[in-house]
Design a protein around this ligand. Structure first.
Ligand code: NAD
Ligand code: FE2
Length: 373
């Protein structure tokens, strides 16, 4: 039986070892803001850019990992109080930088009003954001091809999603050369975040055959090349392969959003400081183990990645995460059984949890079998 589906992604993608050289061209004569981190590598990149493109009106470089709403409020006020409004926002950095750029763009008509909508889980209206150019330096969140941003509230221990179709970047410049300086921990966490995006887009109610194809390529490539890259961090062809795979994972979940692994992850990051990529990936083998046959293109996609025996595939995934040094139990991340059960229950009630195609009971049963909780 055939079913109807749609796939959409409007981002103009420029990929390759010298893609960043096209940034000046993208900016053209636009008055722009540059968003990045306050670190020597990034200041150096920005200085180089300023030699070829005209200078930004403002540099916002106080971006910290997991952007917090208080900081975002202050940054938005700084940007939109300039005498002449910027016409473009350029982000050079990882997911935290690209997400910050999206919030800045969306905050044009006031950050507090925007946050009020976001806190109610409503899509904000009348945004008219300036165009975004996203240059990811991690591989990666895929934020360069999605229309949403994660906003963290450290004080209230809450996580929100800003999502709006006008927040797709106009252009994504994916240059693996920008990713060579990542530490082993950052390479591992960001690569596993993308593996989670790929798999979460498959066991997802919103999946479609095109998102599944991107996800299969992404998962196969990450499982093959992430361990190799960690042994050979300077290998440009492996950096490039991971950049392409994480971009594909982004294209996959740009149409589906994430699912249960991500919803389980947020309290781990908020309450226990676990890196996003680790928090959203250590549960993947258990989730895979918990799935009843899904049928259709979803099963075909999982079979392409893990073979026909999904339980054996889950075992391989467990072994792969173990080799990468990722703790497979909640306890490895400082979470006791009672809290783990509470987190799983809450995750099924959240928005992302509802995208998941499996069930709570099956997941809890699998978690007991493989010692996750
Ligand atoms: N919008 C989306 O679609 C989406 C998807 C997944 C995750 N996210 C969000 O993205 C954030 C995580 O982003 P991230 O994992 O890319 O990391 P990040 O942007 O938080 O950066 C983490 C650290 O890595 C360093 N770093 C980044 N690139 C580097 C490089 N090339 N060389 C050396 N150091 C580098 C930075 O200095 C920073 O301190 C989280 O807030 C998460 O919620 C968003
Ligand atoms: Fe993620």
């Amino acid at each position: 039986m055939s079913h109807n589906w749609t796939y959409h992604n409007p981002v103009d993608i420029r990929f390759g070892g010298e893609a960043i050289a096209t940034l000046a061209d993208c900016i053209g004569a636009s008055r722009h803001a540059l968003v990045t981190y306050d670190e020597p590598f990034f200041s150096g990149l920005c200085d180089q850019l300023t030699k070829t493109a005209h200078a930004p009106e403002i540099v916002i470089n106080d971006v910290l990992p997991n952007p917090d709403c208080r900081q975002l409020g202050a940054q938005t006020a700084r940007l939109w109080s300039l005498p002449l409004e910027v016409e473009m926002i350029v982000a050079i950095g990882g997911g935290s930088v690209i997400d910050t750029a999206k919030v800045l763009a969306a905050g044009r008509s006031g950050f507090d009003a925007l946050m009020a909508e976001v806190r109610k889980d409503r899509a904000p209206e009348h945004l008219s954001p300036p165009p975004l150019v996203a240059c990811p330096t991690t591989a990666g969140t895929g934020s360069e091809v999605t229309c949403w941003a994660t906003i963290w509230d450290g004080v209230e221990a809450a996580k929100y999603s800003l999502a709006h179709p006008d927040l797709y970047p106009r252009t994504a410049i994916v240059d693996p050369a920008l990713m060579v300086g990542k530490s082993a921990d950052l390479t591992r966490a960001t690569g596993l975040d993308a593996l989670s995006h790929a798999l979460e887009s498959i066991w997802n109610k919103n999946a479609n055959p095109v998102s599944a194809r991107h996800a299969v390529f992404a998962a196969q490539t990450i499982l093959r090349d992430l361990p190799r890259l960690l042994s050979a961090p300077g290998d440009m062809s492996l950096r490039s392969s991971m950049a392409e795979a994480t971009l594909s994972a982004g294209l996959a979940f740009s149409n589906t959003k994430t699912a249960i692994a991500h919803n389980i992850s947020y309290p781990l990051t908020l309450r226990h400081g676990v890196a996003h990529g680790i928090a959203c990936s250590f549960t993947l083998p258990t989730i895979l183990r918990s799935l009843a046959p899904l049928g259709g293109f979803r099963d075909a996609a999982l079979t392409e990645i893990f073979g026909t025996d999904i339980i054996a595939g889950a075992d391989q995934l467990t072994a792969c995460l173990r080799r990468l040094g990722v703790g497979q139990r909640f306890a490895d991340h400082g979470i006791d059984r009672a809290e783990a059960e509470e987190i799983i229950d809450a995750a099924f009630h959240g928005q992302r949890g509802k995208n998941f195609i499996g069930t709570r009971d099956a997941l809890v049963a699998a978690a007991q079998v493989d010692g996750l909780i």
